[in-house]
Design a protein around this ligand. Structure first.
Ligand code: PD2
Ligand code: ZN
Length: 284
């Protein structure tokens, strides 16, 4: 018997995959294909070959070496991590979103020193305007902020070196520390820290160090109320506690990383944080 061959178009392949994913048996799918003019043998072969191809693609993706990422090896099974001049505690670690909460990252004196150095330079926070690459004042973020240059003061250099050791990520790939102060009522609405590849200003931003891969938000004080760092898609809230930090990473600039996060409104006192972002390459 001559086997007639019929081309499996991308649309048909997607349809077959969707049918199988919806739990329809091969018999049901083959019947539906026969009803639209396919021969039984050909329909069965197309169905099986399509699913086999799908499995091969999934296996290839799984076996790709995972890319190096800041903080890759950190686990709560090793609850104290040497970080050069200090041992840092791992209080919580999770995988999707990738989030780690650290304790004892900064001393009380370091927190106070960073606040004192930043205080006189605060201005209403701006975010990068991804249309143009310029900065703009943004209603989603009602804090005041400033940036230190990398290693601008000894306390900055010390913290940057500690974070580089902790996360096993090159010092040169880190942006300068950003300090934010939230007064009562101030907040940072949920957002992603990576640069959206679909925005026209992103290519210009990426020329300097490539994408952001990870963020570490260090708490410089403990506000009297509110101010948690939230991950709405994970139902996670991290309490701002002086000297602690929340770290999260995103191996692609995509919502599938589930790294949507925000700063909840402060309800009592002020909240001060130092944020550091890690880039793919040298940031200079
Ligand atoms: O201050 C925070 O909790 C916070 C929340 C979300 C900081 C940032 N994002 C940030 O600096 O990107
Ligand atoms: Zn953020």
């Amino acid at each position: 018997m001559m086997m007639s061959t019929q081309i499996v178009t991308p649309e048909l392949r997607d349809w077959i995959v969707a049918q199988a994913a919806a739990g329809h048996s091969s018999a049901v799918v083959v019947e539906a294909m026969k009803a639209s003019g396919w021969g039984e043998q050909v329909a069965r072969a197309a169905f099986e070959e399509t699913l086999a191809e799908q499995d091969r693609l999934a296996a290839a993706e799984e076996s790709l070496p995972a890319r190096p990422m800041p903080g890759r090896r950190i686990t709560a099974a090793l609850p104290r991590v040497p970080a050069g001049d200090r041992e840092v505690a791992v209080l919580m670690a999770m995988t999707r979103p990738r989030v780690v909460v650290f304790g004892d990252l900064l001393s009380a004196e370091e927190c106070a020193e960073l606040i004192a150095l930043a205080r006189t330079r605060l201005a209403r926070s701006e975010t990068v305007e991804t249309q143009t690459g310029a900065s703009e004042v943004n209603e989603a973020r009602t804090s005041d902020g400033m940036f230190f240059l990398p290693a601008e003061f000894p306390v900055c250099a010390r913290l940057e070196a500690r974070i580089a050791r902790l996360l096993d990520w090159p010092l040169e790939n880190g942006e300068g520390l950003q300090i934010l102060r939230y007064r009562p009522g101030a907040e940072y609405k949920p957002h992603y820290d990576y640069f959206d590849p679909a925005e026209p200003g992103t290519p210009a931003i990426l020329k300097r160090g490539g994408q952001r891969l990870a963020s570490i938000v260090c708490y410089l004080n403990s506000p009297e109320g509110g101010g948690a760092t939230t991950f709405p898609e994970a139902g996670l809230e991290v309490a701002p506690v002086r000297g602690n930090a929340v770290f999260f990473s995103y191996d692609r600039p995509h919502p599938s990383t589930r790294t949507l996060h925000g700063g909840a409104p402060v309800t009592g006192g002020e909240k001060w944080v130092a944020t550091k972002w890690m880039r793919e390459g040298r940031f200079e």
